[in-house]
Design a binder for this molecule. Structure first.
Ligand SMILES: [Zn+2]
Length: 495
């Protein structure tokens, strides 16, 4: 039961009572022995003197009433004090005014992303002395590109002086064909300090790619002279081999395989010499293309010319390879792809009349002879001088029995005065196929073949060398050709 004394000894232990309470206080206040002793003794005295009344006993007696009044007074005092406990003040920073906040932002080192200005801009004081002119940078690093004007123009534009240009010209003369640098070539230029503003800055350093396999570095030595350093770049020259199914469009398939248009066009051009494009270039047939390919150790690649053109079409495969100084294509058997016209479309015949003006024995006057005459016995086979399509086969008036073959690319051959015709209009013929027999039909004085070559609608001399480009590789050259082709075909296909 609570007593008035309990309230005297403190709120901390309201259950402390009598002597036991005093003893605990003694223990608790061990650090302050004297004061604790006094209080404890006093409290004990109060209890013994009857000052502390047990309100459970002697109810209504004088001491009880005194005790009750004391308790009431003490409670009142505690309540009066306890309700007015001032709030505890913690360390709350004062709110900053906008001016103070801005000052803190200026002086603080904060990330730029958070809006730091890294300091305050101040007006110059008397300690700051203005310069008469802005100081020059000790070196200028430039990244220029070669334009259409070549290396010299690009350097001049970058600010390289005439003397340095002349020195460079001499240094690079044997190394770089200055006009041969491809436009877009990057130039790393470093210009040094100049003595006065009226002079151009001296060239300190110049680096560029002079060729696919060569880097060039020009730098100024300690003696002031420019020195050239060649840095070769390793290049892998393994050709690139690409194969694929022709499908519906060779062009599309080859483009999808990563080949440039000029290579595909060359492939088509060479292939059209040896096959019927419409018929063979489709479906499941696989094209095979090998091109010159250079891969620099720095990562750049360069595609060169077509080396090999192939078509796998089941039974018969076609292989063409570039060979010789003129870059002509040859078949695997050494026969040139571009066979041209045969010199004599009649087996074992001799030329009896040439191309040009001549007196016509039947007409009786001079006129242009538009072809060659080959004298031969009637019935001697006449053969197609090149592969093509028969566009005319039948009576041709003064020409007698006439066959006209179109070889494409504006070239046609005409075979006249024939005894018999062995082909039909629209038929496709290969080189050397029999088209008829020598005869003497039409305006003719005896059995012979009148043979004409027309180019782009004009009769031309059949003996002209340009129609006989066909040739055959033989002997040692043929075996070298075959070795090279086998070597090319061993290259692993890309992709
Ligand atoms: Zn003739």
């Amino acid at each position: 039961m609570a007593t008035a004394a309990d309230f005297l000894v403190g709120k901390a232990s309201p259950t402390v009572r009598g002597g036991a309470g005093a003893a605990r206080i003694l223990a608790l206040k061990a650090s302050l022995p004297r004061a604790a002793d006094v209080i404890a003794r006093h409290a004990a005295g109060i209890v013994e003197d009857g000052l502390v009344v047990d309100l459970g006993e002697g109810i209504g007696s004088g001491p009880w009433w005194r005790g009750l009044a004391t308790l009431g007074a003490l409670c009142g005092a505690v309540l009066a004090i306890g309700l007015n406990v001032p709030p505890i003040i913690g360390a709350v920073p004062p709110k900053r005014s906008p001016a103070v906040a801005e000052e803190a932002r200026l002086l603080g080192i904060t990330p730029l992303a958070e809006g730091s200005s890294m300091g305050r801009r101040l007006a110059p004081t008397t300690l700051a002395r203005p310069l008469s002119e802005a100081p020059e940078r000790p070196r200028v690093e430039l990244d220029a590109r070669v334009g259409s004007g070549g290396l010299q123009a690009a350097l001049r534009r970058a600010g390289v002086g005439r003397e340095d240009l002349d020195a460079l010209g001499q240094l690079l003369a044997g190394v770089v064909n200055s006009s041969g640098l491809s436009p877009g070539t990057r130039l790393d230029i470093v210009l040094g300090r100049r003595e006065s503003k009226s002079m151009p800055r001296p060239l300190q350093d110049l680096k560029f790619r002079a060729a696919f396999d060569l880097k060039v570095e020009v730098s100024r030595g300690p003696d002031g002279a420019l020195r050239l350093k060649r840095i070769p770049i390793k290049v892998d020259e393994t050709p690139l081999r690409v194969t694929g199914e022709v499908g519906r469009s060779l062009q599309r398939a080859a483009r999808a395989a990563g080949l440039p248009a000029n290579i595909i066009n060359e492939y088509v051009r060479q292939m059209s010499h040896v096959l019927d494009f419409q018929r063979d270039m489709r479906g499941q047939n696989r094209f095979e293309i090998i091109v010159e390919h250079r891969r620099a150790e720095t990562g750049e690649t360069q595609m060169g010319q077509l080396l090999y053109a192939g078509l796998r079409k089941g039974k018969e495969d076609i292989s063409l390879m570039r060979w010789g100084p003129r870059g002509k294509f040859f078949r695997a058997n050494g026969e040139s792809a571009e066979r041209g016209l045969m010199r004599t479309p009649v087996v074992g015949a001799r030329t009896s009349s040439g191309f040009g003006m001549r007196f016509h024995p039947i007409l009786g006057y001079s006129r242009m002879h538009q072809g060659l005459d080959f004298a031969a016995r009637t019935g001697t086979p006449v053969i197609a001088s090149a592969a093509g399509t028969v566009v005319q086969a039948g009576w041709g008036g003064g020409y007698g029995n006439l066959v006209v073959i179109d070889h494409g690319r504006g070239l046609r051959t005409r075979y006249a005065h024939m005894h018999r015709i062995h082909v039909k209009k629209g038929q496709r013929v290969e080189q050397g196929v029999k088209v008829g027999e020598v005869g003497s039909t039409g305006l003719s004085t005896g059995p012979h073949l009148h043979y004409e070559v027309w180019q782009n609608g004009k009769a031309v001399d059949p003996r002209s060398a340009k129609f006989h480009s066909g040739s055959q590789l033989t002997g040692a050259e043929l075996s070298r050709f075959r070795d090279r082709m086998a070597q090319l075909k061993r290259i692993q296909a890309a992709g």
